[in-house]
Design a protein around this ligand. Structure first.
Ligand SMILES: O=C(O)C1=C[C@@H](OP(=O)(O)O)[C@@H](O)[C@H](O)C1
Ligand SMILES: C=C(OP(=O)(O)O)C(=O)O
Length: 444
């Protein structure tokens, strides 16, 4: 593997989404979590010695993170199954290419403020509309010079690192993305005074992802006080070098588990954690409500279905990342679904509320956008093209709908490489029935 292999994926030909021809019986081995891999990489880069990631996700988003850290002077070496990270003094005078990765564009500006020179951030054309303003405003509150080169509050911009940061206190409106908070917290132990972050907005999405940030910091010996609502304090101090194993990506498991409800039969995912800060930990409960039965035997999650899917009224503000998959499942349900609490999805890889409403409508379904979500009313569906807007979860949502719709073709399925490069292979094996659908992620 080369870390330099994270170029923009090319738009591929239409992929004829396979139909489910009978009940499933598959074991699907899902690669490591994007969110955990990229947090562990950042913390390893700031740590007091070399660290090791086992079972790290190798995908476009994580390679971009590794590459970005490399350009800041941190060695990220591929040792077969593992990534070994050797921190160094952070060097500026470089450009970080964020691709479309929220974790790279939101987690690294505060790290760049610790570098000894200017760090320019750029990204895919589709990344230039993703909200960045609160991150830049927070850095300026901390005395960091930031030059913006495009639309205010968006990529591209330059963070002028000065080799260190005093820290203190910042207010940030994270109603657009929890990543604004996580990005500040991840670097904060290296600020001279640490950092207190206060969220000022009315809503706060994806709280489990902020809890994940707090958990990985604490596991690295960093003191974090999160006892007050919407306020986090990180004490200054060393970040311990660690040897960590990355949990499977439970959000990437979602389309496979949902397939059991659509096709009937059972899909099993090994390595399911008994407790987790990943929002995908909410999946068993959601899938039960939508007609599935679930059980955790040891570390294997089994989800079984009958082919009959129930619509739901669901607030997904804690797990917006699951929304495209749940929306696709809802299209195939026997009753309407309302998804709430996900206005911030308009700033994801694409405006996901608009994209889902467009594509569901294009194949004959009914979906209306609300102020903070979607209302989906099942209708008979027809063949057509499912467009993906460079959004990996739009592609996997199309695959799920395609299980029931002959002639549905997914545009640019290669966009799944953002977090799950072998999606097509894994999906095909799952449908082949009973095959051990291994992802190719190296075991321990
Ligand atoms: O911190 C993270 O790893 C993530 C936080 C969430 O972002 P938002 O709060 O912007 O939804 C989630 O949707 C994204 O996929 C990953
Ligand atoms: C919102 C997502 O990604 P990002 O980390 O780029 O924000 C996602 O993976 O669903």
């Amino acid at each position: 593997m080369t870390l330099l292999d994270a170029a923009t994926p090319s738009a591929a030909a239409l992929w004829p989404a396979p139909q489910a021809l009978g009940p499933l019986d598959a074991l699907v081995d899902v690669p490591g979590s994007k969110s955990l891999t990229n947090r562990y990489l950042v913390l390893a880069a700031l740590a007091d010695g070399p660290g090791r990631l086992r079972g790290a996700l190798r995908s476009r988003d994580t390679r971009l993170m590794a590459q970005a850290l490399g350009s800041l002077g941190v060695a990220v070496d591929d040792e077969g199954a593992d990534w070994v990270v050797t921190p160094g003094s952070l060097t500026g005078a470089t450009t970080i290419h964020c691709g479309l990765a929220g974790t790279v564009m939101r987690f690294l500006p505060a790290v760049a403020a610790l570098a000894d020179g200017p760090v320019r951030f750029d990204g895919d054309a589709t990344a230039l509309v993703r909200p960045m303003g609160p991150v830049l405003a927070a850095l300026r509150q901390l005395g960091v010079r930031v030059d913006e080169h495009g639309e205010p509050g968006h990529l591209p911009f330059t963070v002028h690192g000065r080799g260190g940061l005093l820290g203190g206190q910042v207010d940030v409106d994270a109603s657009g993305s929890s990543q604004f908070v996580s990005g500040l917290l991840l670097a904060a132990a290296r600020f001279t005074q640490g950092l207190t972050v206060r969220h000022t907005g009315r809503t706060l999405p994806s709280l489990p992802h902020i809890e994940m940030t707090v958990a990985v910091l604490r596991a690295a010996g960093v003191e974090v006080d999160d006892s007050r609502p919407a306020i986090w304090h990180v004490s200054p101090g060393p970040v311990a070098a660690r040897d960590v194993r990355v949990e499977p990506d439970l959000s990437n498991a979602a389309p496979f588990l949902c397939a059991a409800l659509v096709a009937g039969g059972t899909v099993r995912v090994p390595g399911w954690p008994s407790s987790t800060t990943q929002p995908g930990g909410l999946l068993p409960g959601i899938l039960e409500r939508m007609g599935g039965t679930t059980s955790l035997d040891g570390d294997v999650l089994s989800v079984s279905g009958t082919g009959v899917v129930r619509g739901v009224d669901l607030d997904l503000h804690a797990a917006g990342e699951l929304a495209p998959t749940i929306a696709a499942l809802a299209v195939l349900a026997g009753s309407p679904t309302r998804l709430r609490g996900i206005a911030h999805l308009r700033g994801h890889e694409t405006d996901r509320l608009a994209a889902l409403a467009n594509e569901i409508t294009r194949v004959g379904g009914q979906a209306e956008q609300t102020a903070d979500g979607l209302v989906i009313t099942p209708r008979p569906l027809a063949a057509g093209t499912w467009r993906t807007y460079e959004d990996h979860r739009m592609a996997t949502a199309g695959a799920l709908v395609g299980l029931r719709v002959p002639g549905l073709e997914v545009e640019d399925v290669a966009t799944t490489g953002k977090t799950l490069p072998d999606f097509v292979g894994m999906w095909t094996s799952m449908l082949a029935g009973g095959a051990d659908t291994t992802s190719g992620t190296a075991p321990a």
